[in-house]
Write a protein of this length. Structure first.
Length: 468
């Protein structure tokens, strides 16, 4: 279907971060866009239930926002720059590990602010229509038919559309419909770690209680805590631990003792009473990683964001990858002149290796964040990578830099890291080999005079003892 032939009607299921950004991109193309979300309009709510109050935004996310003219208003004007990881040791002392070169940073952005800004921006287009409190209950994806339940009136509503865009998150109903179809691959993994959000409030003068331009990390081997700054000068603190440890902290004194050992410096920051109150008022949430393929059904349905690749949050890339999906989808619509029959399969084929790569990288980074940052070898390798990146900025791009500060395809980031590991281990082997050669040479050269001495010694002995 070409741009000229028809004005496409698109149903976006899910008005979260990815759904709302997609609405902006598609409206800009002149399509008729209907966005359905099971939540009420979050702009009318005092409290929005859900996860992660703030998010780390990096280059992929901000590039996607730039595509609809929102980067400055959201990232530059609202985001809080974080230039390094600030590592907290159990004794409360700290050290910083910069993210990249001077001036490179990621931004802490409020989830609610971001979602509202995207909904507001989408609503500026007369061809975008939001339907809140509408839950997708079933669909015929190859016919473009959807059935919603209006959660206010309890009525059922049917609709038919040219394209269904499933942006309904990690537990996607659109994806569940795709799973009923042949040749659809799906796997999910719950990691044994769960998380809970706590809060460090601002001080009595309304200021941040910790230096704000950092992502603070308390790595403790099998578990960890992180904190990201908020606009109101508070910190969202996220505690990641195995469920058994959460379960074992079943009294206020056990909780405080645990914090005294592992997170002592945070007790005065959070406040003992608040820590106990918030901890026992909240239930930890699970984390799921989802891989599936393909992402499309014919020319009538495609899934994006967490619906197609839910990832654990340790690379700070879930939302970034989801927003990048919108950017790439828009590029493919340009490339194929809105021909969905070509765009959808290419989107699946192009995006799948990258989505699976970032799923794997996020799993790996959990180990790095909670444990490896404590190891000297990790810090030495980081120094080597940073040094080589400084010397050869285009040739040697460290893994974290390629994922966070570039738009290198995620699976190329992994290939690049494998190549770097090979170069480093070959160099170590060569240096080791040269070292052995040098040591052999030294031994040999010091052996020659010794040999002369021994010769003299032998003849001396010979003279003394005489032939036997
Ligand atoms: P969602 O944000 O989940 O939105 C889905 C929408 O679909 C919701 O509005 C929901 O109401 C709606 N919906 C669901 N089902 C239906 C239905 N049946 N009918 C109608 N509507 C429906 N990412 C980063 O990039 N950086 C970070 O720092 C980061 N930190 C994170 C921290 C934590 C603890 C977690 C859990 C995640 C984090 N992420 C981060 C990941 C990020 O939150 C997600 O990748 C992102 O929210 C995905 O956006 P989405 O729009 O695809 O899905």
């Amino acid at each position: 279907m070409s741009k000229e032939s028809e004005k496409l009607h698109i149903a976006v299921v899910g008005g979260g971060l990815v759904g709302a950004l997609n609405a902006c991109y598609l409206a800009k193309r002149g399509f008729e866009v209907h966005v359905y979300d099971l939540r009420e309009d979050i702009r009318q709510l005092e409290h929005v239930p859900g996860r992660s109050i703030n998010l780390a935004m990096s280059v992929r996310g901000s590039t996607a926002l730039r595509g609809v003219g929102l980067e400055d208003a959201i990232v530059r004007d609202h985001g809080i720059p974080m230039e390094s990881r600030m590592i907290h040791r159990p004794d409360g002392s700290t050290y910083a590990i910069p993210y990249g070169k001077k001036g490179q940073c990621i931004y802490s952005v409020g989830r609610r602010f971001l979602n509202e800004a995207l909904i507001n921006a989408a609503e500026q287009y007369p061809n975008v229509h939001f339907h809140f409190h509408h839950k997708l209950v079933s669909a015929n994806l190859s016919k473009g038919q959807l059935t919603f339940e209006n959660l206010t009136s309890k009525e059922t509503q049917e609709t038919k559309t040219d394209l269904i865009l499933g942006c309904d998150g990690a537990y996607s109903t659109v994806r569940k419909q795709m799973m009923k179809m042949p040749m659809f691959n799906y796997s999910q993994t719950y990691i044994p770690t769960v998380y809970m959000e706590l809060c460090i409030p601002p001080d009595e003068k309304g200021n941040f209680k910790m230096p704000e331009n950092h992502l603070h990390i308390w790595p403790r081997g099998q578990f960890m805590m992180i904190a990201l700054p908020n606009q109101d000068k508070s910190w969202t603190v996220t505690l990641f631990m195995p469920q058994e440890i959460f379960d074992s902290l079943d009294t206020p004194s056990k909780l405080i003792d645990f914090f005294e050992i592992h997170y002592r410096d945070t007790i005065p920051l959070i406040g003992k009473e608040k820590l106990v109150k918030d901890f026992f008022a909240t239930k930890p949430s699970p984390m799921i990683s989802v891989k599936c393929s393909p992402y499309h059904v014919g020319s009538t349905c495609v899934i994006m964001g967490d619906a197609s690749h839910a990832i654990v949050p340790f690379y700070g890339q879930g939302m970034n990858a989801g927003l990048e999906d919108c950017f790439i989808f828009n590029q493919l619509l340009d490339k194929h002149d809105n021909d969905l029959g070509k765009v959808l399969p290419e989107f699946s084929q192009f995006r799948n290796p990258d989505a699976e790569a970032i799923c794997d990288l996020a799993m790996y980074n959990y180990i790095e964040m909670r444990d490896l940052v404590n190891h000297l070898s990790f810090r030495l390798r980081k120094k080597l990578d940073d040094g080589l990146h400084w010397l050869l900025p285009k040739r040697w791009v460290p893994l974290y830099t390629s994922v966070t500060f570039s738009r290198m395809r995620y699976h190329h980031c992994i290939q690049n890291k494998k190549w770097q590991d090979e170069v480093v281990s070959n160099a170590v082997r060569t240096i080791g080999g040269l070292g052995i050669l040098a040591a052999t040479y030294c031994l040999y050269t010091s052996w020659m005079p010794l040999k002369e001495v021994l010769k003299d010694y032998e003849s001396l002995l010979g003279n003394m003892v005489g032939p036997v």
